[in-house]
Ligand binder design. Structure first.
Ligand code: XIL
Length: 344
């Protein structure tokens, strides 16, 4: 009797499993943005920053929805060489470790930039020989440290003015325009496998600034300088209009044999947001995703963080915000669904 009852219980359990298991299979997890992008041979990524990594719901989405990460600040010069010759890679390492745990690849950002420099570098004058040595050491120490851990580097960030002239940075003033080729060569020596990029904003459209990159890229390639890609930051703003020539622009760089990436995407607006603005924003996210997919060498898209909760926009552009596909409560906005549509 007892044994029969046991047998019955076992049978019931088996039936239960048989009934529930197929139901679970019938409703699989919806594919993530990364899954959808991978079907096109692209990545879909997000920037992140060390202070946010204590926010568990935030890191859960960061780790599941994306297959690529860029440290928003942790690999910049002020963070990595706070005193001359004293290197600190703890912040970048934390993000590389997280990315590795989530099977994500990392874009290194950034080696040479006029902004967020340590005081010891920006607060004094340098001779060309001194600055060349400082620059070489910084680049090679950092690139060597992250060898095999990042797949690409933004070697020089924001080198041009809006009119296509060189930005008068400490590097340009002291070393002349050749600092860009030197930086690329030094980075390449330190990691011959990593993809080397120039990266800037307001170069999504064809115009004086993107033309400057086009010409420079042509020259560098002709001289055999190791340049592999152009990063178009794509910090867009509704009030300036959509960069309608984006796709053509991506295509002309790919014809030079270069990769391109939409490297820091956000689409800001004057706040408060409303339904109409969010709908326009969604259409722009869809359009830029489609533009990247339409050009073979556009390798991926990176959001400059994925949620309005951690966007840099409100602190840098007064009265503006709501720039990302997830809101401050980590809820997906129309832009998120528009990106999914574009990737399908
Ligand atoms: C921003 C970061 O997101 C902020 O946290 C920081 O205070 C300033 O820099 N272009 C770039 C990025 O290349 O490095 C910038 O990141 C945004 C503009």
């Amino acid at each position: 009797m007892r044994r029969n009852r046991l047998r019955l219980a076992g049978l019931l359990a088996a039936v239960l499993v048989a009934v529930t298991a197929p139901a679970a299979e019938a409703r699989p997890e919806p594919p993530t943005l990364a899954d959808l992008a991978q079907r096109h041979g692209r990545y879909f990524g997000s920037a992140t920053d060390n202070p946010e990594l204590t926010d568990a719901p935030y890191t859960a989405l960061l780790g599941s929805e994306f297959d690529q990460i860029t440290p928003g600040n942790g690999m910049k010069w002020y963070a990595t060489e706070p005193q001359q010759g004293v290197f600190d890679f703890s912040q970048g390492d934390e993000i590389v470790d997280l990315a590795r745990a989530n099977h994500q690849k990392v874009r290194g950002h950034t080696l040479v930039w006029h902004s967020q420099l340590p005081g010891w570098l920006s607060d004094r004058e340098w001779t060309a020989d001194e600055l060349r040595a400082v620059l070489k050491k910084h680049i090679q120490t950092e690139v060597r440290h992250y060898r095999g851990k990042v797949f690409a580097w933004d070697v020089v960030n924001e080198a041009f003015n809006e009119d296509g002239t060189y930005r008068e940075t400490v590097f340009y003033r002291t070393l002349g325009p050749g600092y860009i080729a030197d930086a690329l060569r030094w980075a390449h020596q330190a990691d011959p496998r990593v993809k080397l990029y120039l990266n800037d904003y307001n170069i999504e459209s064809i115009g004086p600034k993107s033309d400057a990159y086009y010409r420079l890229a042509q020259e560098l390639r002709a001289q055999g300088v190791p340049l592999h890609g152009i990063g178009l930051q794509a910090h867009l703003a509704l009030q300036y209009g959509y960069p309608a020539t984006l796709e053509d622009n991506l295509r002309r760089f790919s014809r030079l044999g270069l990769d391109t990436a939409l490297s820091e995407v956000d689409i800001r607006m004057y706040v408060p947001a409303d339904e109409a603005k969010l709908a326009t924003q969604a259409a722009w996210y869809r359009d830029l995703t489609e533009a990247c997919l339409a050009v073979r060498r556009c390798v991926g898209i990176t959001l400059w963080d994925y949620t309005d909760k951690y966007s840099w926009i409100p602190a840098f552009f007064e009265g503006e915000g709501a720039a990302l596909p997830w809101d401050e409560q980590l809820r997906p906005k129309p832009a998120y669904y528009a990106i999914r549509e574009a990737l399908k």
